[in-house]
Design a protein around this ligand. Structure first.
Ligand code: AMP
Length: 189
C-alpha cells in the first residue's frame, strides 16, 4: 500500500498514521521527522534546515526529494509506505510520481484530513504545551506562517490528486477514533 497523508499542521496526520501503518504493515515516512533527526544529529543538512524549519518555511524541493528517494530504497519500504508531510509542493509530487513510475509503481490513495484554521492553531498550541515546547515551530506565530505556507504551496495538491482520482477527504474535526473510522472506510480497510 502506497499512501500519502495530507493536512495542515495539527490536522492529526501523525495520530492517524499510527493506525494506518499498523493496519498495513508499512512504515511511516515523515520528512519532518527525518529533518528533525538531522537537526538533532547536527549534520550539514540539519544545520541548513533548522533555520528554515524554525521560521515555518519549506526546505528546498531538491533536498526533500533526495531524502525521499534514498528512504524508499530501504527494505522496509518494499511493501509500501505512508508519507506524512510529503509531498508538500507540486514539484515534490511530480518528482514522487516519476520516482514511482521508474519502479513501475503507483500510489494507492491520498488521504486529506481537513480542519478549520482556528482548530489547527489551537491543537498545535495544546501539543506545544504537552510536549513542553519541544518543537520551536509550534510557536503560535510560526504555526500561522506554516498554515499560510500550507495553503499556498501544499493545498494545490488537493486538486492535483483529485484530478488523478486518488483523493479521499476525511473530516478531521471529528473525534480521533471517528477520523480513524472514516479513513478505514475510505481505504476499504
Ligand atoms: P512537519 O513535521 O511535517 O510538520 O514538518 C516540519 C517542518 O519541516 C516543516 O515546516 C518544513 O520546514 C520542513 N518539512 C517537512 N517536510 C517537508 C517537505 N516535504 N518539504 C519541505 N519542507 C518540509
Amino acid at each position: 500500500m502506497r499512501l500519502i497523508l495530507l493536512g495542515g499542521p495539527g490536522a492529526g496526520k501523525g495520530t492517524q498514521a499510527a493506525f494506518i501503518t499498523q493496519r498495513y504493515g508499512i512504515p511511516q515516512v515523515s520528512t519532518g521527522d527525518m529533518l528533525r533527526a538531522a537537526v538533532k544529529a547536527g549534520t550539514p543538512l540539519g544545520l541548513a534546515a533548522k533555520q528554515i524549519m524554525d521560521r515555518g518555511d519549506l526546505v528546498s524541493d531538491d533536498i526533500i526529494i533526495g531524502l525521499v528517494k534514498e528512504r524508499i530504497k530501504a527494505p522496509d519500504c518494499a511493501r509500501g509506505f505512508l508519507f506524512d508531510g510529503f509531498p508538500r509542493t507540486i514539484p515534490q509530487a511530480d518528482a514522487l510520481g516519476a520516482m514511482l513510475a521508474q519502479k513501475g509503481l503507483k500510489l494507492d490513495a491520498v488521504i486529506e484530513i481537513t480542519a478549520d484554521a482556528d482548530t489547527l492553531v489551537a491543537r498545535v498550541a495544546t501539543r506545544a504545551k504537552e510536549t513542553g515546547g519541544a518543537r520551536a515551530d509550534d510557536d503560535a506565530q510560526v504555526v500561522r506562517k506554516r498554515l499560510d505556507v500550507y495553503r499556498e504551496l501544499t493545498e494545490p495538491l488537493v486538486t492535483y490528486y483529485k484530478g488523478k482520482g486518488l483523493l479521499k477527504t476525511v473530516d478531521g474535526m471529528q473525534p480521533v477514533n471517528e477520523v480513524t473510522a472514516a479513513i478505514r472506510h475510505a481505504l476499504g480497510a
